[in-house]
Design a protein around this ligand. Sequence first.
Ligand code: URA
Length: 430
Amino acid sequence: MRTIDAPTIIRTKRDGGTLSEQAIDWVIDAYTHGGVAEEQMSALLMAIFLRGMTAGETARWTAAMVASGERFDFTDLHRDGRPLALVDKHSTGGVGDKITIPLLPVVMACGAAVPQASGRGLGHTGGTLDKLESIPGFTAELSKNQIRQQLCDIGAAIFAAGELAPADRKTYALRDITSTVDSMPLIASSVMSKKLAEGARALVLDVKVGRGAFLKTEPEARELARTMVDLGKANGIPTRALLTAMDRPLGRTVGNAVEVVESIEVLAGGGPDDVVALTLALATEMLDAAGIDDVDPAETLRDGSAMDRFRQLVAAQGGDLSQPLPVGASSETVTAPRGGIMGDIDAMGVAMAAWRLGAGRAQPGEPVQSGAGVRIHRSPGEPVTAGEALFTLYTDTPDRITDAMAELDGAWRIGDDAPADSPLIIDRVG
Ligand code: URA
């Protein structure tokens, strides 16, 4: 067999060729163990971004990333004498997408068990772990034994992928700073490598489409959904996907602690309609995938059982909800220049404003500001009075406010008519 080297692999993809299975296995393994330099992987990721990958290459890239680390197996775990109904959900990344935070407690309260390997912020999108780590004391660094124990005791664990798919951990961080996130095969393999390794027995995907998503058009998002559903099924994990709209931010908050606060409102039986609707739609899919059909997930928000599960989950992972959640020390409010009806709000503009305020990172490993974010006071279609507050921006670094305000500028408008309503859930694949 000919020797494999990084420059040849990069050149093959740069020139539009197809990578062999051996080349993919080699490059993923060598990069994980330091045998391929960051510059070389950056070049290869950019070549993949520009040239794409075939279905066969994507499947092999995913398998190689799974093989780069451990693969959990929780099938021996039981609760109340029955095997755990292990199911998980993953979103491809949105703006204000805090859904995992209320969703996990809802499905826990309905009897499913969720081993959730979660991520940090990527590109303009927030990360569930960054949001949850705004709760004083909360940790997502769990050992395998802690995860097993939590699944048996309370029915969920939410953890940094750690030794699961370490190749994804490295490429995820590299993609974040090399503008190579929004590539269909790279998103599909990143999501599915973590999910195949984490030990869930069924999977529900929330594939975002629109201005605030990585993939902006429906055909691209559909292809991503189909690719991931097929990858799941080919690996023995029944997988389905919802295609959901991501043109406007989800809910009324974008950032870290502000999104946790809004999630707690949902768990208390309130919260924005779109967040509640998507939480319940995904819960229904997860429960169906887990074979649980005798409970109404909406009831868990009404009777407080989902809130109880959230408290259990946070406490199990060291979080202290008796302490206040952080709020940025500096704030600025955008007020309405005129009365009328709030028009569309561009998810990307709000996401970039939150990122500039410090909710996301520009360098790998950089800490995020827990208190940074944007609160949206008027959602599209709501009446607005001249002079009232429309957005509040929070940060601990006041000199970030000017750039954040510039991102928000042009991302919203006030009109005389309500903007056209579009469905939140576009389709189901799988
Ligand atoms: N979520 C992931 O885990 N990876 C991506 O590439 C995008 C969203």
